[in-house]
Design a protein around this ligand. Structure first.
Ligand code: A3P
Length: 302
């Protein structure tokens, strides 16, 4: 089925989520050409849920030994996280591209905004590890609204927060509805046959050390006692912190692999900025929608 977005552009529904035609084409290319290796790692998220942060953390954790002990020559100091961990459907399989995946250091880390059911079957049916990060939908919405006005101002100059709330409630927006995506990973994370680590942005903000150790344990590269003593956990957190990444020259002026200026991915960081933007009525509508969509699933947002 197809729909029009508020600008009159076509959106197509594929396996429960909405996409613009070029994105859907990239997904079909990916499904045709991709073949998973058992060691591949997938970082999945709904847009604006902390993808950039998770990319930086996962890359830093997995490849830390190459840059130990002080991380002084770390690629994150001179590359933005989106160039180090690339999106399957936003970046690698776009147009008629057949990406050379051999260039990516192993274990290969990929990112995606596709729901679990749309991942290639060799990913779904393999021991590949999947890390999913989710975030309170009200902060996601506010973040997405700012992001759109930053990167697509000419298209979205008349697009209000209220419009976006309505769009979220209706569900037919690019990569939406959020519940098709978040619940797909949540359900798989509850069964033991597929390794899916479910992370929450709010918990990462609240207890970063515990969450980064949890990430390392899951990815099979736990921090050793010696590393903990030498402050490796803190060094990685500092390297990947909002303050550090957003102030690096590479993230202020560089270009991202898929054509969006990297500074657009760093706005404010943190929890609860929705309180500064959404009216009580907008917040109530969103809460009711989330409550209805997640009812019975056992998943709760902060
Ligand atoms: P805000 O707009 O609320 O500030 P994504 O990476 O999925 O596109 O999400 C972007 C959101 O994550 C933005 O939220 C951005 O500021 C925040 N973010 C980016 N890097 C971060 C980091 N290192 N630590 C915490 N938050 C970060």
């Amino acid at each position: 089925p197809s729909e029009k977005d508020f600008m009159g552009r076509n959106l197509y529904n594929y396996q429960g989520s909405w996409y613009y035609p070029s994105r859907l084409q990239a997904i079909l290319n990916f499904q045709k050409d991709f073949k998973a290796r058992d060691t591949d790692i997938i970082l999945a998220s709904f847009p604006k849920s902390g993808t950039t942060w998770l990319k930086a953390l996962a890359f830093a954790v997995v490849h830390r030994n190459k840059y130990a002990p002080n991380l002084v020559s770390h690629p994150l100091l001179s590359n933005n996280p989106h160039n180090l961990v690339r999106f399957l459907e936003l970046d690698l399989y776009v147009k008629d591209q057949r990406p050379d995946l051999e260039e990516i250091p192993s274990p290969k880390i990929f990112a995606t905004h596709m729901p679990f059911q749309t991942l290639h079957e060799t990913l779904r049916d393999s021991p590949c590890k999947v890390v999913y990060v989710c975030r309170n939908i009200k902060d996601v919405l506010v973040s997405r609204w700012h992001f759109r006005s930053k990167v697509r101002n000419e298209l979205y100059s008349n697009y209000s927060l209220e419009d976006m709330v309505d769009e979220f409630i209706k569900g037919d927006y690019a990569f939406g509805p959020f519940d098709n995506q978040v619940l797909s990973y949540w359900k798989v994370s509850l069964v033991s046959s597929k390794p899916v680590l479910f992370m929450k942005y709010e918990e990462m903000i609240e207890k970063p050390e515990a969450q980064v150790m949890r990430l390392a344990d899951f990815l099979g590269c736990s921090f050793t006692e010696e590393e903990k003593q030498s402050g490796m956990v803190e060094k990685i957190l500092e390297l990947c912190s909002f303050g550090n990444l957003s102030n690096l020259e590479t993230n202020k002026t560089g270009t991202s692999a898929f054509g969006i200026a990297p500074h657009a991915f760093f706005r404010k960081g943190g929890v609860g900025d929705w309180k500064n933007h959404l009216s009580d009525d907008m917040a109530r509508k969103l809460d009711e929608m989330v409550e209805k969509k997640l009812r019975g699933s056992g998943l709760k947002f902060e």
